[in-house]
Design a protein. Structure first.
Length: 319
């Protein structure tokens, strides 16, 4: 698929880009320099906000802090809880791939005016965000001249994961064996991205993925609820197909509105437990009601690992 579009070219770069990030000492050093925290507020627009939804529980789990995600407008006008935080033990993470988002910069500026430290996450080193933030994580994913962000989104996920793991380990919140195991899991996920992508592309070609789609739901659970949000956004940005996202269980509320011709795609939760059972109950229901359920075969492309719930793999598959 390389060369068919700018967006495809960016997607094809992801395995290499994310592999480099695993060796980026600056990401780990920044996390070590952050003081002891009790809470983190992530502020971002669009795909970056979706990344915050994916990563909030992961960060809370491995950093042992409270983590919240807000859009810039909600942070500025609907976030009274931050006024209850200790300024010395609360950090605001502002994410903008270009570092120029006006709403994001306003929210980050407000956080600084309130006395909170701001960590910026951006691709551009000499950007308004890099100058405003107290410290920055740089994605190092290269430019992305596309409205629908792909490698930048994946890089944001990995940057947050690596930051959270290193913070947890360096501050004594995380045992060495767990730290090393999760890093190994991430490396394995990244190393299989190209192969997983090829399998999904081949399946889409054989299955006529675009031939019958009129409306589409993207479903997820756990960390992959946020992946479903990002999937819905990408469908709207690229295919212009009316689409919605939902939690796998919450989808049961109102699914009678579905009509023949809808196609339902899934972003898997952890590959076991109650959500696993709900997934296949849903697949059986949709089959009986003559709905399309996608994917049947691609669920075998990967088996999500327990720590990251396969969000890196599933992000590239969704793209």
């Amino acid at each position: 698929m390389k060369g068919t579009s700018v967006m495809w070219n960016y997607i094809m770069e992801e395995q290499e880009v994310l592999g480099r990030m695993l060796c980026d000492k600056a990401l780990f050093e920044t996390a070590s320099d952050v003081p002891e925290l009790e809470s983190v507020y992530i502020v971002a627009h669009g795909s970056s906000y979706n990344a915050s939804v994916v990563m909030a529980d992961f960060l809370s789990r491995y950093m042992s802090v409270r983590v919240y995600g807000y859009t810039p407008a909600n942070f500025m006008h609907n976030c009274s809880s931050i006024k209850c935080e200790d300024q010395e033990r609360c950090m605001v993470v502002a994410i903008s791939q270009t570092g120029t988002s006006r709403g994001l910069l306003e929210a980050a500026g407000l956080a600084k005016d309130m006395g909170f430290a701001v960590l910026g996450i951006t691709q551009v080193k000499d950007s308004p965000l890099s100058h405003l933030a107290d410290r920055c994580l740089y994605l190092e994913c290269g430019s992305e001249e596309s409205n629908a962000k792909t490698k930048g989104y994946s890089s944001t996920l990995l940057a947050l994961m690596l930051f959270g793991l290193k913070y947890g380990f360096s501050h004594g919140k995380l045992e060495l064996r767990i730290y090393q195991a999760v890093l190994q899991e991430l490396e394995q996920c990244i190393n299989r991205l190209d192969a997983a992508m090829d399998q999904v592309v081949n399946w889409c070609k054989k299955g006529g993925f675009t031939s019958r789609l009129e409306n589409l739901y993207v479903l997820g659970a756990g960390m992959n609820y946020g992946t479903a949000m990002e999937g819905q956004l990408k469908l709207m940005e690229t295919m212009c197909i009316p689409s919605m996202f939902n939690d796998i269980e919450e989808f049961s509320h109102g699914n009678d509105t579905c009509k023949r011709g809808f196609s339902h795609t899934w972003r898997p939760p952890e590959y076991h437990g109650r959500d696993f059972v709900l997934l296949y109950e849903l697949a059986e229901y949709l089959s009986l009601s003559q709905q399309m359920f996608l994917p049947h075969k691609p669920v075998q492309v990967i088996r999500p690992e327990p720590a990251g719930q396969g969000v890196i793999d599933l992000t590239v598959i969704k793209q």
